[in-house]
Structures are given as C-alpha cells and as structure tokens.
Design a protein around this ligand. Structure first.
Ligand SMILES: C[S@@+](CC[C@H](N)C(=O)[O-])C[C@H]1O[C@@H](n2cnc3c(N)ncnc32)[C@H](O)[C@@H]1O
Length: 218
C-alpha cells in the first residue's frame, strides 16, 4: 500500500484506498484490506466521482488542511464516507433532500462522528448556512438542471476565500438539447459570474460518462 500525492489516499496497483475509520465495517460493499495492522477501504471510482476525478488526474493540491466541509447531495454516503476517513477531525456537513437517501446517511453518521447530515434542499442554503459556517472544501453532486447556480449560491454562503470547490457537473441533467461542450461552457460562465475561477476541468469518462469535474477557487 503506497501513499499518493493526495494526503490520506493510498494506492495498491490501480486501486485507491482510504484508512477505514470504522474497522471491520463496510459502507457500500467495498473491499477491505489490512496491511501492517492498518485496515484500508477500497475507493471505487465507478461508485464515487471523487475517486474517478483522482484517477483522471486531479491536482495534488486539491486539498490541504481541511477542517470544515460542505457536501451537497450526499445520497447514502458512499463518497462522504471516504471524506470521513480522510479527515477524521473535520466537520463534514452533508446535505441531502431525499428522505429515502437521508435514512441510510443518518445511520452512517451515527457510526462516524465527523459526518453531520442535514435534511435540506441545497437550493436553499439560507436554511442551513448559519449552522455550517465557513468551509475549506465545498463538494457538489446533485444532478439538477440548475447545478451551477446551486453551487454559486452555496459558495457565496459558505466557501472560505482560500477554499476549494468541486462541482461534479452532470451534463445531461442540464438539458438534452444542446451539445455537452456548450453546457460545460455555460456552467463555467455562471461560476465566473459568481466569482469562482475554474482551475481544472476533467471528464470523468470512463468511470462516469455523463460527468465533468470542475475544480474551482474564488
Ligand atoms: C448522484 S447522487 C449523489 C451520490 C453521492 N454524492 C456519492 O458519491 O456518494 C445525487 C444525490 O443528490 C440528491 N439531490 C438532488 N438534488 C438535491 C438538492 N437540491 N438538495 C439536496 N440533495 C439533492 C439526490 O437526492 C441524490 O441523493
């Protein structure tokens, strides 16, 4: 098991791993590996767009010291569980609006004290912004038509001036009628109008054919 350029992420062959914060417990059926008395959880790039982004060439500077995180679209907590492994001392606020997804997310958070689930619509950051405060890392994966606008509003409410944002843009959720490149261009323009500069744009193919990762800074 080799450390990678991304602090807290390990590699064995082509596979990525994080150190399991809840040894013996799986979150989504992932493989567990014990090496030198440490248990690692495999991070599946087909199940987690963040793992896909790392494998597709995310910058090593994607995160530094992370203390507060806002995660929009937590679903059952697949990716959030790996952030929980990566940053054991952080407060990771996870917003999810579907009751059926929120129930397993809540169960996961009971086992992982750094995950703080919020049952809310990410389109309304005013409902949770005061609880979340200022974050170093904003992550969004919500597959909504107005994804870029949601991201801008949440960044405005919570992203620290020195923070990093990561928008997993699901191109076909915006519209089926325009070319993908035009949709990405519009999203970038909307981010720019919101004061966010795209520092990297990466297609997540072959792991997720419909997504483009946009890493941003203020
Ligand atoms: C593709 S799934 C997220 C997968 C998750 N990020 C992961 O990697 O483990 C998208 C999630 O976003 C949630 N979602 C969609 N629109 C939302 C909104 N406006 N506010 C909060 N959650 C939303 C959906 O209910 C769904 O659970």
């Amino acid at each position: 098991m080799e450390p990678t350029a991304w602090d807290g992420v390990y590699r064995e062959g082509r596979d990525l791993f994080t150190v399991n914060a809840t040894p013996g417990k799986k979150v989504y059926g992932e493989t567990l590996r014990t090496v030198g008395g440490v248990e690692y959880r495999q991070w599946d790039p087909f199940r987690s767009k963040l793992a896909a982004f790392l494998l597709r060439g995310a910058p090593s500077t994607l995160w530094g010291k992370v203390e507060r995180v806002l995660y929009l679209g937590g679903a059952h907590g697949t990716t959030a569980s790996h952030l929980s492994d990566l940053w054991p001392d952080a407060s990771i606020f996870v917003v999810e609006k579907s009751p059926t997804s929120f129930a397993p997310l809540l169960a996961l958070a009971r086992r992982r004290g750094n995950l703080l689930p919020i049952f809310a619509d990410a389109q309304l950051p005013e409902r949770y912004g005061a609880d979340v405060g200022t974050v170093d890392f904003l992550y969004q994966d919500v597959a909504q038509r107005n994804q870029a606008a949601i991201f801008v509003e949440n960044a405005r409410a919570s992203l620290a001036p020195s923070g990093t944002g990561l928008l997993m843009l699901k191109v076909r959720s915006v519209t089926q009628r325009r070319p993908a490149a035009a949709i990405v261009r519009d999203a970038r323009a909307e981010l720019a109008r919101g004061g966010l500069a795209v520092v990297q744009e990466t297609s997540l193919t072959p792991f997720s054919r419909e997504h483009v990762a946009l890493a941003v800074r203020r």
